[in-house]
Design a protein around this ligand. Structure first.
Ligand SMILES: Cc1cc2nc3c(=O)[nH]c(=O)nc-3n(C[C@H](O)[C@H](O)[C@H](O)COP(=O)(O)OP(=O)(O)OC[C@H]3O[C@@H](n4cnc5c(N)ncnc54)[C@H](O)[C@@H]3O)c2cc1C
Length: 315
């Protein structure tokens, strides 16, 4: 195994910690170094958390904080030029994917996004990526280095590996000249739900007959101290719930300890977003619903009878 310099960045510190752990496991040789980038505006404890996750080095970019992905890409480019990494890992969030494209384009580097597994082989970087709406895994090899690889949250990063000393560097970046102007910032409809962070989720699907019936789902969520999630039709078609609740391939990816799927058929595009849940309970009147294949506990029945009974049992 040759020595690697892996540079890790995500605007979500939790995901950046995962990248550091993943990089330490993927590049275990004594000479390899895992560095983490901290941009202006990051949480005050970001650097400490990244060191605790196993980063050998912290690259702090100084300058004004900017929400523009182009500014993020500029900051990362300065660090890449200064540290000459063999691999750059970026959190594959919506923003991270844009940054990946910008950074790779600016430096003419190969890139891959939506990566769920990564291995550093002598003949290249082997990556697994979701393909065909999550129905298949595409296994690809990146043969040119350095490369920029955007890794999905929950891609199996192991526990932290300790470091004995930390190399801290700062990189002053010239003022960012925005090419776009923000004319207005509107708060998201439906508030600030961060469903990815929920430990327990009660998800409702098209088994629900009308919007008013959401009350029984909310009652169950309350009884279980859970957040309410939904399938795409309830957010994108009927609009009964905001996009914050939408789980799946084109919605949010969640990994709660408890996932209760009610009146959800279990289409693959939905399963992609919830299959890392620890315990899955499904309620469906169709005994052949595909969601049951994913469930640890199966309740075959009408949700209008089952859910009030569950509320009574847990309230
Ligand atoms: C490119 C693409 C991306 C997509 N992305 C997503 C995504 O991110 N997330 C997502 O969820 N979907 C996504 N979809 C849509 C997906 O294919 C399914 O259409 C959707 O997940 C189905 O939602 P559902 O389970 O609520 O509805 P349905 O498939 O209609 O299932 C309703 C279920 O409710 C059950 N039911 C009905 N009445 C009752 C009752 N009284 N009691 C108990 N059970 C009952 C039925 O038996 C059925 O199983 C995507 C599709 C495409 C093509």
């Amino acid at each position: 195994m040759s020595d690697e310099v892996v540079l890790c960045y995500s605007e979500e510190t939790g995901l950046a910690e995962e990248l550091v752990r993943l990089a330490r496991a993927a590049a275990p040789s004594d000479g390899s170094r895992v560095r983490a980038v901290v941009l202006p505006g990051a949480p005050a404890d970001a650097a400490d958390r990244l060191v605790a996750a196993g980063a050998h080095g912290i690259d702090a970019v100084t300058g004004a904080a900017s929400p523009d992905p182009a500014a993020t890409s500029d900051g990362l480019r300065a660090v890449v030029v200064a540290t000459a990494p063999t691999l750059v890992l970026i959190g594959s969030t919506k923003r991270g994917r844009e940054v990946t494209g910008r950074l790779a384009g600016a430096l003419d580097l190969p890139a891959a996004t939506g990566v769920t597994a990564l291995r550093l082989d002598p003949d290249g970087i082997r990556v697994d990526r979701e393909a065909l709406s999550g129905n298949a895994v595409a296994v690809e090899r990146i043969v040119r280095r350095p490369a920029v690889v955007a890794v999905m949250a929950g891609s199996g990063a192991p526990t932290a590996t300790a470091v004995t000393s930390v190399d801290r560097r700062t990189h002053p970046v010239a003022a960012f000249e925005a090419k776009t102007e923000r004319s207005e910032v509107r708060p998201k409809a439906g508030g600030q739900l961060e469903i990815e962070k929920a430990d327990r989720i009660v998800t409702i699907g098209r088994g629900l007959k009308k919007k008013e019936d959401l009350a029984i789902i909310e009652a169950l969520a309350k009884a279980l101290s859970a957040e309410v999630g939904c399938t795409r039709p309830l957010a994108a078609e009927s609009g009964w719930l905001s996009d914050d609740h939408w789980i799946g391939l084109t919605g949010h990816r969640v990994r709660p300890k408890l996932y209760v799927a009610i009146g959800v058929s279990g289409a693959v595009q939905h399963l992609v977003g919830m299959r890392s849940s620890k315990v899955v309970v499904a309620v469906n009147k169709d005994p052949n619903a595909p969601i049951f294949a994913q469930a640890d506990y199966r309740i075959t029945g009408d949700l209008y009878q089952v859910v009030p009974a569950l509320v009574k049992a847990f309230a």
